[in-house]
Design a protein around this ligand. Structure first.
Ligand SMILES: *Cc1c(COP(=O)(O)O)cnc(C)c1O
Length: 396
């Protein structure tokens, strides 16, 4: 017998749960892309995106996923043979660096492991050693979704300033935007990339690159930029099609409009606090389970954990067994471990992740945690007592 029949719950760290209001907004006939509602609606989306990113500056929209956002940002400011510094706390940091390598850049990885955040002092020391200012940009992932480590982006700006280094500070907020507090302008971020399918609660397909005037000047000094990735016409379109370098992503824009309305109706501070509070419940449960069983949180210190995703170690094959059980027996899909071991390594089955980004509330989180505990019972996986009580308490 399966108890999975009912509304399924995708609790992986992206794509995230899409609100019914977003789906309804997308369920419509194709709009005219030359005049009328779509054109006006798109103009209104820009300031509301800026409010989510906490920036007064520019935004370019691309049809693409997070990888597209990575390449779009790099293509505007990084030329072949430029040196970029990539501090790494997981798979996604490495991935952005690989994207830069693919564009011909020289990539220097500064590895901080898979359990603790980037150390700004070490980054500052590396920047100080770069007397000739060869490093053109620092690629910093705010929340690395593979490890669920949250990095202190503002401390990287402080490191750049202390070293008197002109490199661009580029931040990947694909997992964190609309979940963890992020303040582009106040934190001195020059370029920020994100995508539609995580905290922004829309289906995959839209990528965003935010950039300030300093980054715009670096772009202007480039001898050549790919015509498609060029952010200049997208951020300052003379004609509607220039926003998107061609046909507009019509239905995604309607979905995004609805999602931005939901975010701003709730308020950025409230959105962040909801994610933080729900994360506290998840951590409380996981910590209690770990007292009497094999489960551990990947990141030991609470201050270094993302509020959008939690990476867990359960041991192989229990991690995979639990994911299978919750999906097939209970309708809850948990995330696989990513980048925690070599792909061919069976120990990879010991990792899993809970996605808690975007359209997630208290009963979803409590139901998800109770479902996990039912899975421990069914699979005979040992666990500590009081986890659900602790989660409930964290929300009260
Ligand atoms: C999801 C994610 C990406 C990649 O996004 P895709 O849409 O899968 O291309 C990159 N960086 C971070 C931090 C992410 O969470």
């Amino acid at each position: 017998m399966s108890l999975a029949h009912g509304r399924p719950y995708l609790a992986i760290p992206g794509p995230s749960v899409v609100p019914d209001a977003v789906l309804r907004a997308m369920h419509r006939a194709s709009p005219n892309i030359y005049e009328g509602e779509l054109i006006e609606m798109t103009a209104g989306i820009i300031p509301d995106l800026r409010r989510v990113a906490r920036t007064e500056h520019h935004v370019a929209i691309y049809m693409g996923n997070g990888h597209a956002a990575w390449e779009a940002a790099l293509s505007n400011v990084i030329a072949p043979d430029d040196l970029v510094l990539v501090p790494s706390t997981g798979r996604f940091c490495v991935g952005w660096g690989e994207m830069a390598t693919g564009l011909g850049a020289e990539v220097e990885l500064l590895d901080f492991g898979m359990k603790t955040p980037m150390d700004a002092d070490q980054i500052e020391a590396r920047l100080r050693a770069d007397k000739e200012h060869k490093i053109k940009a620092v690629l910093a992932v705010h929340v690395d979704t593979s490890t669920s480590i949250k990095n202190d982006v503002a401390s990287l700006r402080a490191a750049l300033d202390a070293a008197g280094h002109p490199a661009l500070l580029m931040a990947d907020c694909i997992a964190s935007l609309g979940c963890d507090r992020f303040e582009m302008d106040a934190w001195g971020v020059d370029i920020m990339v994100t995508a539609s399918q995580k905290g922004l609660m829309v289906t995959p397909g839209l990528a965003f690159v935010f950039f300030n005037d300093k980054a715009a000047a670096v772009r202007d000094a480039m001898s050549r930029v790919s015509r498609y990735w060029n952010w200049v016409p997208r951020a300052n379109p003379a004609h509607f099609f220039e926003y998107f370098g061609g046909t507009a992503p019509t239905h995604l824009l309607y979905g995004l409009r609805a999602a931005l309305d939901m975010i701003h109706d709730e308020g950025m501070e409230a959105v962040w606090l909801r994610h933080e509070t729900l994360a506290l419940a998840i951590w409380a449960a996981c910590e209690a389970w770990g007292q009497g069983g094999p489960l551990t949180l990947n990141v030991a210190e609470r201050a270094h954990r993302s509020h959008a995703v939690t990476a867990l170690r359960l041991g192989a094959p229990a991690g995979k067994d639990l994911r299978r059980w919750t999906e097939h027996q209970a309708g809850l899909t948990l995330g696989i471990g990513l980048g925690m071991s070599e792909e061919s390594d069976p120990l990879g089955d010991g990792f899993l992740r809970i996605g808690h980004m975007g359209h997630v509330n208290a009963h979803m989180v409590l139901g998800g945690l109770a479902t996990m505990q039912a899975g421990f019972e069914a699979l005979d996986i040992a666990y500590g007592a009081g986890a659900l009580d602790a989660a409930a308490k964290a929300l009260s």
